[in-house]
Design a protein around this ligand. Structure first.
Ligand code: T46
Length: 175
C-alpha cells in the first residue's frame, strides 16, 4: 500500500472568533439566553457548532439527548412548557419565529412575552427554562432546527404540557 499516514497534513491549531454579537435587542425573560452561532462557510458548504462544552459556562448541563425537528411552511408547534428540562434549540436554517411567555409566579419577568426571529439570518441557540410557555412558527420554506434539551426524552413520562394554539389566555397571535 502506497498511502501512509505521513501523506496527510494535520490541521493547524487556530483560535475561533468570539461570537458575542447580540442576537436580540431588549430584555429577555429571566433564564432565557440566546447564543449566536458562528457559521463556517467555504466552497464546500457550511459547518456550524450547535453546542460545545468547550469554553461553556460552568453551569452548562451536558449534552444528553439531541433531536431534529423539520417544520413545514406556516406550521406552529405550541403552546408547550416543560416541567423538568430546559430546551436548547439551535436555529441555523430557515426563518423561525419563537414566542415565549413567562407565566411563572414570582418570576422577575412574570407576564413578559418575547418574540424572537432566529434561523439563517440570525443563527443562534436559544435556551428556554422549564415552565416558560413557548411556540415555534416556521415563516419560510420547509426547514429544520435541532434541540439539545437538558434531559433525555422518556416516552413513558414525556416532560411536555400542551395548550392548543390559539388560546385566548395567551396574549399573542401569530400572523
Ligand atoms: C421530543 C421527542 C419526541 N419524540 C416523538 C414523540 C412524538 O411521536 C413525535 C413528535 O414529538 P412531539 O409531538 O413531542 O413534538 P412537538 O410537540 O412538535 O415538540 C417540539 O416543538 C415544541 C415547540 C418544543 O418545544 C419541543 O421541544 C419540540 O420537541 O416524536 C421522540 O421520539 N423523541 C423526542 O425526543
Amino acid at each position: 500500500m502506497d498511502l501512509k499516514l505521513d501523506n496527510f497534513k494535520p490541521d493547524e491549531p487556530w483560535i475561533p472568533e468570539k461570537t458575542d454579537t447580540a442576537a436580540h435587542d431588549g430584555q429577555l425573560i429571566d433564564g432565557v439566553t440566546i447564543t449566536p452561532i458562528k457559521v463556517y462557510g467555504d466552497h464546500r458548504g457550511e459547518l456550524v457548532e450547535l453546542l460545545t462544552l468547550r469554553d461553556a459556562h460552568p453551569d452548562e448541563e451536558p449534552i444528553v439527548h439531541v433531536y431534529r425537528v423539520t417544520a413545514v411552511p406556516g406550521s406552529i408547534r405550541g403552546w408547550v412548557y416543560h416541567e423538568r428540562q430546559a430546551d436548547r434549540l439551535a436555529y441555523t436554517q430557515g426563518h423561525f419565529r419563537i414566542v415565549l411567555y413567562d407565566i411563572r409566579k414570582g418570576s422577575p419577568t412574570e407576564g413578559m412575552i418575547n418574540v424572537l426571529e432566529l434561523g439563517e439570518d440570525n443563527p443562534a441557540r436559544l435556551r428556554i427554562p422549564a415552565f416558560v410557555v413557548h411556540a415555534v412558527q416556521n415563516r419560510g420554506e420547509t426547514a429544520s432546527f435541532v434541540n439539545l434539551p437538558t434531559s433525555i426524552y422518556d416516552p413513558a413520562m414525556p416532560d411536555k404540557c400542551r395548550l392548543k394554539y390559539p388560546d385566548p389566555s395567551v396574549p399573542y397571535e401569530f400572523d
